[in-house]
Each structure stands twice: as structure tokens, then as C-alpha cells.
Design a protein around this ligand. Structure first.
Ligand code: F6P
Length: 326
């Protein structure tokens, strides 16, 4: 008997990322264009458990959102969904709403939950990678990463103006959870003196290199990934003050600024591409895969691999040729 998806549910989950709205828009329009009904689930898995669902019947239901940051569906990190009981409730709501496949827009925590739901209740799920951290294996970029990277570089450029004027060393804390992609690439783009990331364990050396790198000038920038060292940017500043008390330092924690703002054109484009690819995956009867983008081409990778495999941070030789000490 031919099995056909008639209705999908779509939700955003975990930390919001600029471009999530573009993905919601693409999923909705690609589904409606293929005569698949779309049920929008609000507030992530919590909203699924609590049946906070509204049908999108018209492509116009998602108009005017492609340029907006955040997510119109709201998002959450659901504790209840981490439990088998929570996932059972979620499955019962899917049954009640006659949703026969789920599209999850989020990061690795969201995909871990999606995979458990798929395994326990045989629900077809497709993941669309959206997180500013860019820490998912199987895709060169995640939705939101490019926007956050540009936001960080813009902020660091501004700090450089004041740092240069006051001959100060700015130590800037960057998000990323366990990954250093934002920190390393923002440091390269902003011409920072050093990037301290969890993937490399050479803090003392990084700081010394940075101090040497700024010998010819009185100001400088060091980017510190939030979890690279206990105490974050402040701990690095304390270390520098201890060994170089003559240096004037200031600490800036960029915080949630990094998650906001209108998505870049690149994020809007990949979100649109991945949203359509998610519907294509369902039409091809794929299950439990994440949409990825490798060398500009869409690929599908098992959710299990996307979650478990560690994405390598590039150690490309050209990065060693910069003054940047990474
Ligand atoms: O995963 C996205 C992210 O912004 C991380 O970079 C950061 O560590 C975390 O979320 C912050 O989470 P919250 O918004 O719950 O403080």
C-alpha cells in the first residue's frame, strides 16, 4: 500500500537562530505546494505536548517573515520531552492532530529528542539545522551562524575603535556552547590578536602570542569562547593583569546580542533551500535524517550521525600564517 504524508507538523526548538523564520516559510510553502497540510506547533516540544497548534492553510500565513530574526513559532528547551512520558504525550497529540511527519528546526539537543520520538513511536522526522553555534556534523553551515558571525565582527570592529583610542586590550567573550567556530572565524575576520577556543588547550601560549602580537601597537583584541576556560573572558583578563599589570584591559561579554537581528542574505538563502529540501526528503520517504549543505549541495545525513559525530574545526595551514595565534 502506498504510504503518503498528508499532514506535517513544524516546530522550532532550542536556542533561536536568525533564519529560523525563513526556514518555517520555506517548509510551509513547499508543503502546501505539494498538497501537504501544515500544522504549526508553537513553543517547541512543550507546545507539542500541550497541543499549541495552529494550521497554516495559505502561503500568505508565512509572508512578511523572511527578514525577521527570532522565530514566529517561539521556542523552548523542553524538560518534559526529555522523558519517555513526555514523548508519549507528544505522540498522542500528533495522533489527535493527524500529523504524520514532524519537521524540527533546531540544534543537536532538539535532534536528540526528535530521534528518540522517531525510535519509540515510529514517527517520520526530518531535522533542519539551525543554531548560531554551527556545531552540527554533516553540514558546512547551520542556519543563523553567518548572521551571528557578522554581528560579532561588527561589535568587535566597534570595540577596536575605542580600544585603539584608549590604547587598551579588549577581551571579548563569544557564545558557542562547546564549539569554537564563532570565536575562531570572528577572530580571523576581525583581525584579532588571539582566539581562545575549547578545541585547543594552550591558553598560556595563546595569551603570550597575543601579547607579542601587539608589541608594535598599544591596543588589541582577544576573543574568548564562553566555555574555553572557567570564568570566561574575565578569567583571561585576570591572567593578563597578573603577568602584565601595565596593560589596560577591558572585558566585553557579547551575550544574547549574538542571537538577534535580521538574518543575512546567506542565512535566508540556506534556510529557504533547507526548508524545501526537508519536504523533498519526506516526498522521497526519507526518515530520521537531517538536511545538510556540503560544498553548496544538499545532502541528507542520519540524525544519529549529525548528533554523535564531532564536527572538526579547521586547522588549515593558512590560519597559522596570520598574526592570529591560532
Ligand atoms: O546554542 C545556542 C546558544 O546561544 C549557545 O551559544 C549558548 O551557550 C546558549 O545557547 C545560551 O543559552 P540560553 O539562551 O538558554 O542562555
Amino acid at each position: 500500500m502506498e504510504y503518503k504524508i498528508k499532514t506535517i507538523g513544524v516546530l522550532t526548538s532550542g536556542g533561536d537562530a536568525p533564519g529560523m523564520n525563513a526556514a518555517i516559510r520555506a517548509v510551509t510553502r513547499a508543503a502546501l505546494g505539494n498538497n501537504i497540510r501544515v500544522k504549526a506547533i508553537y513553543r517547541g516540544y512543550n507546545g507539542l505536548i500541550n497541543d499549541e497548534i495552529k494550521e497554516f492553510t495559505d502561503p500568505q500565513d508565512v509572508s512578511g517573515i523572511i527578514y525577521r530574526g527570532g522565530t514566529i513559532l517561539y521556542t523552548a528547551r523542553s524538560e518534559e520531552f526529555r522523558t519517555p512520558e513526555g514523548r508519549k504525550k507528544a505522540y498522542e497529540v500528533l495522533q489527535k492532530e493527524e500529523i504524520d511527519a514532524l519537521i524540527v528546526i533546531g540544534g543537536d539537543g532538539s535532534f536528540t529528542g526528535a530521534r528518540a520520538l522517531a525510535q519509540e513511536w515510529n514517527v517520520p522526522v526530518i531535522g533542519i539545522p539551525a543554531t548560531i553555534d554551527n556545531d552540527l556534523w554533516g553540514t558546512d553551515a547551520t542556519i543563523g551562524y553567518d548572521t551571528a558571525l557578522n554581528t560579532i565582527v561588527e561589535c568587535v570592529d566597534k570595540l577596536r575603535d575605542t580600544g585603539m583610542s584608549h590604547e587598551r586590550l579588549f577581551i571579548v567573550e563569544v557564545m558557542g556552547r562547546d564549539a569554537g567556530f564563532l570565536t575562531l572565524n570572528a577572530a580571523i575576520a576581525a583581525g584579532a590578536e588571539a582566539a581562545i577556543i575549547p578545541e585547543r588547550d594552550a591558553l598560556g601560549q595563546e595569551v603570550e602570542n597575543a601579547m607579542n602580537g601587539r608589541k608594535h601597537k598599544s591596543s588589541g583584541i582577544i576573543l574568548v569562547q564562553e566555555h574555553a576556560i572557567e570564568g570566561g573572558a574575565q578569567a583571561v583578563a585576570d591572567l593578563i593583569q597578573k603577568h602584565h599589570p601595565e596593560v589596560s584591559t577591558r572585558v566585553t561579554i557579547l551575550g544574547h546580542l549574538q542571537r538577534g537581528g535580521s538574518p543575512t542574505a546567506y542565512d535566508r538563502i540556506i534556510a529557504s533551500q533547507m526548508g524545501c529540501a526537508a519536504i523533498q526528503a519526506l516526498l522521497e520517504e526519507q526518515r530520521s535524517v537531517m538536511v545538510g549543505l556540503v560544498n553548496g549541495e544538499i545532502i541528507y545525513v542520519p540524525l544519529s550521525k549529525a548528533i554523535k559525530e564531532k564536527k572538526d574545526i579547521s586547522n588549515a595551514k593558512w590560519k597559522d600564517m596570520l598574526t592570529l595565534s591560532v
